[in-house]
Unconditional design. Structure first.
Length: 255
């Protein structure tokens, strides 16, 4: 494992890339409405990124066909935008990445389409809360396992499960750098609280809890991309790119 520590200048470039990502996600949040098809969101994301001078990073990544990942209801991540229509009460996860001045930003939000059920609302709140506690744990001197444990504990203590087969990641000039950032403690990787690589200033990570109402098990569609819950339960996904500093972590993907 080789973790790339970024200079202040590199983090400034990532801050700019991150701002672009967050700005596009806010535009999408304002535009999501019942009756729209997921492809329309993809077009908006590409247009907004272009206006801002950034390049969507997912398009063509390992052959991914969209600019944006759009995952609806029981879909967890990597949904391909298309003709699917969004209905009132759906929840939709939007995951977007941009390359700007050779650096990457990566973030995700889950949004209710119109009015959603209290269960869906609570799932989204818990998932966003899990991301927040994960970020709060990302302090110098702590260990990677402390982030994973914080996310897992927050979600599981509220009766939810965290997806185990997909993780957060280091990020920089590449979308995926070391280390992987699991959303759960995994003894097999030696990732327990207080274990794993020591966190240090200049590390840049994408934290991205995926939280399910039901079981954590996943399955992949025949399109080879869309990941959904095996039991059909609802899933939410929130992601931020952050930088570890001397003190409080900095969220780079913010407007
Ligand atoms: Mg990511």
């Amino acid at each position: 494992m080789s973790i790339i520590i970024k200079s202040d200048h590199e983090i400034e470039l990532m801050r700019q890339a991150g701002w672009l990502v967050a700005t596009v996600l806010e535009v999408l949040r304002a535009r999501v409405r019942p009756g729209m098809c997921t492809e329309e969101l993809d077009v908006i994301a590409a247009e907004e990124a272009k206006k801002l001078g950034g390049r969507p990073s997912f398009k063509g990544y390992r052959g991914f066909p969209g600019n944006l990942c759009v995952s609806v209801n029981d879909e967890i991540v990597h949904g391909i935008p298309g003709k699917r229509v969004l209905y009132e009460g759906d929840i939709v996860s939007l995951d977007f990445g941009i390359i700007y001045q050779d650096f990457q930003g990566d973030a995700a939000i889950t949004i209710g389409v119109g009015d959603v059920s209290p269960e869906a609302k609570q799932l989204m709140d818990v998932t966003e809360g899990a991301l927040k506690v994960g970020i709060a744990a990302a302090r110098p001197g702590e260990r990677l396992g402390d982030i994973s444990a914080a996310i897992e504990q927050y979600a599981e203590s509220r009766g939810y499960s965290v997806v185990r087969e997909y993780t957060g990641h280091g990020i920089g000039r590449n979308m995926h750098e070391d280390p992987q950032v699991p959303n759960c403690t995994t003894p097999a990787f030696g990732l327990m609280p207080g274990a794993g690589p020591e966190l240090q200033k200049g590390m840049t990570l994408a934290l991205e809890p995926m939280v399910n109402i039901g079981d954590w098990a996943t399955k992949r569609d025949d399109d080879n991309w869309t990941v959904r819950t095996r039991d059909g339960s609802l899933s939410a996904h929130f992601e931020s790119t952050i930088a570890i500093t001397d003190g409080e972590p900095e969220i780079l993907t913010r407007v």
